[in-house]
Write a protein that binds this ligand. Structure first.
Ligand code: BG6
Length: 497
């Protein structure tokens, strides 16, 4: 039997960048829910660190406000924050900050009976991370005498392959890999975790899950939101860094990976790394044959007129940043040889939908007539959001004397299993307290994902984009993306159908 300490380890969460949006919008509600549900120890403590000057009470109030504002309506009232919430004001580059932090930690821990479990959470821009990590090391805060120390690193994990390597090096000089938790919040989504279960807890899908039966795979994360107030970050990032290097490549890995030897962190992550290593490198001089980019212009989303990307606050009027990309990945291994993975994502698209569609090969000989003329292929869709569902499309006979067929759907809505699914941060925080790294990115995995995308990023930096903007807000992306698939004799699936 597990002890209370093993189930709900008492720990202190130290948030660097505590005055920022992420703390208010994601961490505060997650902590309040965990505390309401008794999923964290009553002795769990929070220490916020940032340059903004707050008192402990101001910081608690800010967290409370965040928890109230960002708790979805269907998830009840957020709970009380933990009893101990402290705030340390200072500059990340000032050694005195770390001395004050140590004092606060020791004070909290002595009241807790000397238990030293510490989580350092870097909710900071990646440029700030190496310095914070170095100071934590120099000040002896990376090793606990009586307990454990873990560090959580938010995305983006670097800016390209070189910077990700440097960030990994800086982390590894101070922490061991088993202490490092690189976040990708897509892995905490219930439906994303359900990919493992669908594939590896069912006997009927896996035999079909390969080049013999699958024609191609389409992965889409379409968003209706624009860049909002994040232009400072997004102008530098663009869609490949913001969505592909992490969320979309993770979805691809979970779809394409081999069954791991065990369902545990290193076994799962090793299989994902193998997928990334099998992705055929993009030729730097012909990136456009493999990837299409787009940027939204003004348009109408959800019935409301919205500005184009270049008109957004803090965006350069001649910005070359891509807000849409469609990329063809080829996974060169036994399972996937000849099965392209078409992956697209964009901001300000017509609908908010994230899904993976596995399109199976057609039957070898057609006897039946379909209303559309052509017998469509079977498609298994894993819907990640907004509705969470799994849906299988197949053909059925239309009742009557003729042998005409029509497409029908077998649907499993995730909501039929009860509880509304939550934001992923709760699950991730609990996993950190339990030392479970399965849903976090390993260092080599982050680097491999950058290695895959680097040639396209470099080519796009060097070569001028097509005439931007090239898709109107509220549409499905640039026309060039349609031609991109037509070249392969395929079409994008209608999103959500
Ligand atoms: C974030 C990106 O990681 O994911 C955002 O930085 C994006 O640009 C967001 O909007 C999408 O996440 P979700 O969970 O809303 O699909």
């Amino acid at each position: 039997m597990k002890t209370e300490e093993e189930i709900r380890p008492p720990a202190t969460l130290v948030i660097f960048g505590a005055s920022g949006d992420l703390t208010r919008r994601l961490l505060a509600p997650a902590i309040a829910h965990l505390s309401r549900d008794g999923a964290i120890s009553p002795e769990f403590a929070i220490v916020g660190i940032a340059r903004t000057s707050y008192s402990d009470a101001d910081f608690r109030e800010r967290l409370d406000e965040g928890a109230r504002e960002f708790t979805p309506r269907d998830q009840g009232r957020p709970g009380e924050l933990p009893a101990v919430v402290r705030y340390v004001c200072g500059d990340f580059g000032d050694p005195a900050l770390y001395a004050s932090l140590r004092g606060v930690l020791e004070e909290i821990e002595s009241k807790r009976g000397g238990q030293h479990n510490r989580i350092f959470y870097l909710a900071t821009p990646p440029e700030a991370d190496p310095e914070i990590v170095r100071f934590l090391g120099e000040q002896g805060l990376s090793r606990a005498e009586n307990g454990w120390t873990r560090i959580v690193v938010e995305k983006p994990f670097g800016h390209d392959l070189d910077s990700a390597r440097m960030l990994n090096e800086s982390l590894r000089t101070v922490f061991e890999e088993r202490q490092i938790y690189r976040i990708d919040h897509y892995l905490a989504k219930e439906t994303v975790q359900n990919i493992f279960v669908l594939r590896f807890a069912n006997g009927i899908f896996e035999p079909l899950w390969n080049q013999r039966y699958v024609d191609h795979v389409q992965i889409a994360v379409a968003e209706t939101i624009g860049v909002g107030h994040r232009a400072g970050y997004y102008e530098e990032a663009g869609v490949l860094r913001d969505m592909f290097q992490n969320h979309l490549l993770q979805l691809l890995c979970l779809t394409a990976m081999e069954p791991p030897v065990k369902f545990e962190a290193d076994a799962v992550r090793a299989e994902k790394v193998k997928v990334l290593q099998s992705i055929r490198p993009f030729p730097a001089d012909a990136a456009d044959d493999w990837a299409v980019r787009g940027q939204y212009g003004p348009g109408v989303v959800d019935g409301k007129p919205v500005p184009g990307y270049r008109e957004e606050e803090n965006v350069a009027p001649d910005s070359r940043t891509a807000t849409y990309a469609a990329v063809k990945f080829v996974v060169d291994n036994w399972r996937w040889s000849g099965v392209p993975f078409y992956v697209r994502s964009g901001k300000r698209m017509a609908k908010r939908i994230s899904e993976i569609a596995i399109e199976f090969k057609s039957v070898p000989h057609h006897y039946f007539r379909h209303e559309s003329g052509e017998l469509p292929p079977n498609v298994l869709r894993l819907r990640i959001q907004p509705e969470e569902a799994v849906s299988l499309k197949f053909e059925a006979k239309i009742p009557g004397t003729v042998a005409d067929v029509e497409s029908v759907y077998m649907d499993f809505p995730y909501s039929s299993l009860g509880a509304a699914s939550r934001g992923g941060y709760e699950r991730l925080l609990v996993d950190v307290t339990h030392g479970d790294q399965t849903l976090f990115i390993r260092g080599d995995e982050a680097e491999e994902a950058w290695r895959v995308l680097d040639p396209v990023l470099k080519a796009w930096e060097k070569e001028s984009p097509p005439a931007f903007p090239n898709y109107a807000a509220g549409t499905l992306g640039p026309e060039a993306a349609d031609r991109f698939l037509e070249k392969d004799g395929r079409r994008w699936r209608t999103l959500g159908k």
